[in-house]
Design a protein around this ligand. Structure first.
Ligand SMILES: [Mg+2]
Length: 289
């Protein structure tokens, strides 16, 4: 399917963005045509929302839909999603209004998960048997960024353990990739007993430990950023970048509506409508090779 690009700029400008990214957006006029670092959301940004209309799981849904999880877990997570997802995508609420609901959702989801007694050794099969898959071309994008020595930060409110399994199974867990996410804690028998560190939800990607850690400190001077996300909260993933010059913000609008599109066009430089590929990212990076 042909990718559809929309921006708040003219169609001609969009074509130039795709043809010579980072050089042609109005606020990018003086920038070198090279990203110094790439910051990516994971669920439904690196991964597909659907494959020919068949829904593809995000990391949380890998667990929800696994036969290895008890029915109690599915019932509870469905109940939580029905309650909180409409709030997540409500275009009339501010992020500040949404934050307490996001914290409630994650806290309850974590508690239910701990009750299941999940086994670490089951994660590989859970991912293998799931519908979660990368957008076509994601493996190539990660491969090329590795070859170019561009640091990649995957900043996810999903589950880090499953992200690493997916990278191993469907792409490659390259050494230039850092995954900041929610990680499970297991006991000596491999039974899940909790989470490490602080919770990352979709709206605290600006205040997580990564921003006070040595990650961005080590990347000082790398101040041209490509950021990709599918949620307005993802825009804060680059808040920790030292002295940013340009951040090219690419938004995947996965459930297009007039209101959400208007909001995305306000906040992202390029908006992709129901695009299940990584073609735009690959277009940009292939010009640097
Ligand atoms: Mg996402």
């Amino acid at each position: 399917m042909q990718a559809r690009y929309v921006t708040r700029y003219s169609t001609a400008a969009v074509r130039r963005v795709v043809a010579a990214p980072l050089l042609t957006l109005p606020h990018c006029a003086t920038v070198r045509p090279c990203p110094d670092q790439v910051i990516l959301d994971f669920d439904h940004t690196l991964t597909r929302v659907h494959d020919n209309g068949n829904k593809c799981a995000c990391t949380w849904e890998i667990l929800d839909r696994s036969d290895l999880m008890p029915q109690m877990y599915r019932d509870e997570t469905n109940r939580l999603r029905d309650k909180y997802y409409p709030i997540e995508i409500d275009p009339h609420m501010t992020i500040a209004e949404k934050v307490p609901y996001a914290v409630e959702w994650y806290t309850q989801a974590h508690e239910v998960l701990i009750k299941t007694g999940l086994k670490k050794q089951d994660l590989v099969n859970m991912v293998k048997d799931s519908t979660a898959q990368f957008r076509s071309g994601t493996d190539r994008l990660l491969e090329d960024l590795h070859r170019l020595n561009v640091p990649v930060l995957i900043f996810s409110a999903g589950l880090g353990d499953l992200i690493h399994v997916m990278l191993d199974q469907q792409a490659k867990d390259h050494d230039n990739i850092k995954v900041v996410s929610n990680y499970m804690r297991f006991d000596e028998e491999g039974k899940m007993i909790g989470f490490t560190d602080e919770m990352i939800h979709m709206y605290n990607k600006n205040e997580n430990a990564v921003h006070s850690s040595s990650y961005f400190e080590r990347l000082k001077g790398r101040n041209n950023v490509i950021l990709m996300g599918d949620n307005v909260g993802d825009l804060h993933m680059a808040d920790g970048v030292d002295n940013p010059n340009v951040t090219l913000k690419i938004g995947f609008l996965n459930q297009p509506s007039e209101e959400r599109l208007a909001k995305f066009l306000d906040l992202f430089d390029v908006v992709l409508l129901d695009d299940q590929t990584m073609d735009l990212g690959n277009d940009i990076v292939s010009r640097l090779m």
